[in-house]
Write a protein of this length. Structure first.
Length: 255
């Protein structure tokens, strides 16, 4: 069931989204060669604590997971697509890092992700990241009343495929509100004009995931969480929480 949020409730979600935006900005600013992924997780934890927010990631355990998630961010490096567990890995020159972060504030959740490079960037990585951001922007632009979920999926997928990148099969965005994952699902590829009609009050997490090698295949690490490219190519992930309004899409996790 899809819950339509009131204008006041969307404002409350915006407050949670600002916390997410601040946490992602702080992690990105702090990231440098030699830091561990646990260091980055601690940066995000500090922002959540300062803002009086909690993490919807910490302790989260869906049916597929062998253990609860131990961090407040997903930290995915190089060939890791999503759901990377923060650990003692030390960032190296040229690493491509994707950070996904959520915050729960006064009962409402925000969720967003950003990809960036550390040290000297590879041109191919910058192009991959730019395309993930362009795909996200295209998906957000399609998130208007009267359109359908398929229009968002088609907008995202068209940008990804035109650049020659793969799209992990079966993974995409989701509804969001009082819980991190709500109906409806938001695929990253599909035919336009299909699926649920978008209405004011719907709030969606739109999140393109791109595989540089062009394949859609992925594998899961032994930790039961981290998804990696099968061909070893790099991946990027961009995400915002977006409200559907009569005035157009409202990005709730923008800093």
């Amino acid at each position: 069931m899809v819950e339509l949020k009131t204008d006041r409730e969307i404002d409350e979600m915006r407050a949670a989204g600002r916390v997410v935006g601040r946490a992602l900005a702080a992690v990105r600013e702090a990231a440098r060669v030699g830091m561990t992924l646990l260091d980055l997780d601690e940066v995000a934890r500090g922002v959540l604590k300062e803002e009086g927010a909690t993490s919807p990631f910490l302790g989260y355990r869906p049916q597929f997971a062998p253990v609860p998630f131990p961090g407040v961010v997903c930290a995915s490096v190089n060939d890791a697509i999503v759901h990377g567990i923060p650990d003692g890995y030390r960032l190296r020159d040229g690493d491509l890092v994707s950070i996904d972060c959520g915050a729960k504030l006064r009962g409402w959740v925000g969720d967003a992700a950003v990809s960036f490079t550390v040290g000297r960037a590879r041109p191919a990585d910058l192009r991959l990241i730019e395309t993930s951001e362009a795909a996200l922007a295209a998906g957000i632009a399609a998130a208007v009343p009267g359109n359908r979920i398929g229009d968002i999926a088609h907008a995202v997928g068209t940008v990804c495929r035109a650049a020659g990148y793969g799209v992990p099969d079966g993974f995409g965005g989701h509804g969001i509100g009082r819980a991190m994952h709500e109906d409806p699902g938001v695929p990253n590829e599909g035919p336009p004009g299909r699926g649920m009609k978008l209405r004011p009050g719907m709030v969606l997490a739109i999140e393109p995931m791109l595989i540089a090698g062009g394949t859609d295949d992925y594998r899961c690490d032994g930790d039961g969480w981290t998804l990696r490219t099968v061909d070893g190519s790099r991946a990027a992930h961009s995400e915002h929480t977006v409200a559907i309004t009569a005035a157009g899409p409202r990005i709730l996790t923008a800093l």
